[in-house]
Design a protein around this ligand. Structure first.
Ligand code: NDP
Length: 458
């Protein structure tokens, strides 16, 4: 079918959401153009989840050599080479970047290495090419970016996660600002690689969006491994001491000297300078694009998916939103993203896995809540001597017996929670959990052997 536009769909941003939507739309016969100003793959592949997980694996070996002694191993002359790790990580990221490009091209999409801005509701300007293209539908999938607190003098002496993946050398000492996903994950990465780490968080409970038992457990695990955690404190000023050294002045009046200041105080939707107003696309006060449940913006032919909409900022969510958009608009199959029971993981050491209601959320919504929880040292650590502990918690609706939430802090928590999420999303009951035979000896068997209700003393 001929239209008066150059493309049926033009996508701005080739990250997880944009690529998924573009490939699917192209597979349904749409003529698709995609613009990306940095690298195809987006935050997740290029400077997020994937390279982060490589750093986590590298960091875990730091503890692993120590633990292996209890199992009879002696490892001598252990050295760690940051440059080697970064090179190997970059090779793999290059490979993945290539696959993303190939997949887009194979699907029939045309890729432009350019920043793209809206000129009006059907026109996109490609800056690198100095020309306009037109499209019947436009998808904005520009993601988000980390920010630093510009009110803090010397804030630009600190780095964000973007730079962390390309440091020339590993610092001896790191100060991290924040108490969310990125702060906790990188604090653990740096600690496992041998740095001294201090985490400065403005609130009381780190990971405050998670169940309180999770926050408390992660806090104590950070301290157990020697990460200094300072709460209810912010940065007042960062001072350059010359060489690689910086001095961080804290709101408490004290200061810390460090080789690296790491801002992990959240991410903001990337909407600046996109020309949204010229196309009538509304944003909220955080700058996130406002969309309906079909990811449609305030302009009827423009859509947005992923972190730029600040709904649930996770890769698999962006992918699903992108797929639902393509199904709806290019396959005549109206589809909405289902945001219930999305499993989450924080790749701290030990990691967190969580799905469904936290205890406080469940108590606010349901009349009778039963809690089952256990806290123990895993079998593996009986020989390593590590005091690392595992927390497992089930939040159950006392009226229907449905398991509403499951929260784990412990080795392989992310792997476990992906599987448990199937049961929780399916609405299985605590009795059905109990009817499942334990697999021994595993950590996960505790999920089906928690018999005693926890009795809170309030
Ligand atoms: P988060 O929202 O998780 O955490 C931001 C942290 O910074 C919070 O502790 C917040 O405090 C604190 N903060 C905010 N503003 C300030 C300020 N002005 N001064 C001091 N502290 C401040 O953001 P992240 O950057 O860690 O991660 C961004 C998002 O990316 C996550 O929410 C998640 O959706 C995604 N992500 C997911 C990962 C995964 O799935 N494993 C890994 C990394 C990121 P407070 O708690 O008081 O608000």
């Amino acid at each position: 079918m001929m239209t008066k536009f150059d493309y049926d769909l033009f996508t701005i941003g080739a990250g997880s959401g944009g690529v998924r939507a573009s490939r699917l739309a192209a597979s349904y016969g749409a003529r698709v153009g995609v613009a990306e100003e940095y690298r195809v793959g987006g935050t997740c592949v290029i400077r997020g989840c994937v390279p982060k997980k490589f750093l986590v694996y590298a960091s875990e070996y730091g503890h692993g050599f120590n633990d292996a002694r209890g199992y009879g191993w002696t490892a001598e002359n252990i050295r760690f080479d940051w440059t080697k790790l970064i090179e190997n990580k970059d090779d793999e990221i290059d490979r993945l970047n290539g696959i993303y490009i190939k997949n887009l091209k194979n699907a029939g999409a045309e890729i432009f290495q350019s920043r793209a801005v809206l000129k009006n509701k059907h026109t996109v300007h490609l800056e690198a090419e100095g020309r306009n293209v037109t499209a019947e539908k436009i998808l904005i999938a520009t993601g988000g970016a980390p920010w630093t607190d510009e009110n803090v003098p010397g804030h630009d002496l600190g780095i964000t996660s973007n730079e962390a993946f390309h440091l020339d050398k590993l610092p001896k000492h790191v100060v991290v600002a924040g108490g969310g996903y990125i702060a906790i994950e990188f604090a653990c990465i740096f600690k496992g690689l041998g740095c001294d780490v201090c985490l400065v968080y403005r609130g009381e409970d780190i990971l405050r969006y998670f169940d309180t038992d999770v926050s408390v457990q992660v806090h104590s695990e950070l301290k157990r491994q020697g990460i200094r955690v300072i709460t209810q404190t912010t940065f007042e000023k960062i001072e350059d001491l010359g060489g690689d050294q910086k001095r961080v002045h804290l709101s408490s009046g004290s200061h810390i000297d460090t080789g690296l200041v790491f801002w992990a105080v959240g991410r903001k939707p990337s909407t600046d300078g996109l020309g949204l107003d010229t196309a009538g696309v509304e944003v909220d006060k955080k700058g996130a694009i406002v969309v309906d449940e079909y990811s449609k913006t305030s302009t009827d032919n423009i859509f947005a998916v992923g972190d730029v909409t600040d709904r649930v900022n996770l890769t698999p969510v962006a992918i699903r939103e992108g797929a639902a958009f393509a199904e709806t608009e290019f396959n005549n199959n109206p589809s909405k993203m289902d945001y219930t029971f999305i499993p989450k993981a924080v790749f701290s050491q030990p990691p967190v896995g969580s799905v469904g209601y936290a205890e406080h959320e469940a108590r606010a919504e349901f009349k009778n809540i039963d809690i089952y929880k256990t806290n123990f040292r895993a079998m593996k650590n009986m020989l390593t001597g590590s005091e690392e502990r595992v927390l497992m918690k089930l939040v159950v609706d006392g009226d229907t017996d449905k398991v509403l939430g499951c929260h784990i802090v412990g080795a392989e928590a992310g792997e476990m929670i992906q599987c448990i999420a199937i049961a929780v999303k399916a609405g299985l009951t605590k009795v059905q959990f109990d009817e499942t035979v334990a697999l021994h000896p595993t950590i996960a068997e505790e999920l089906v052997t928690m018999k005693e209700k926890f009795v809170p003393n309030f």
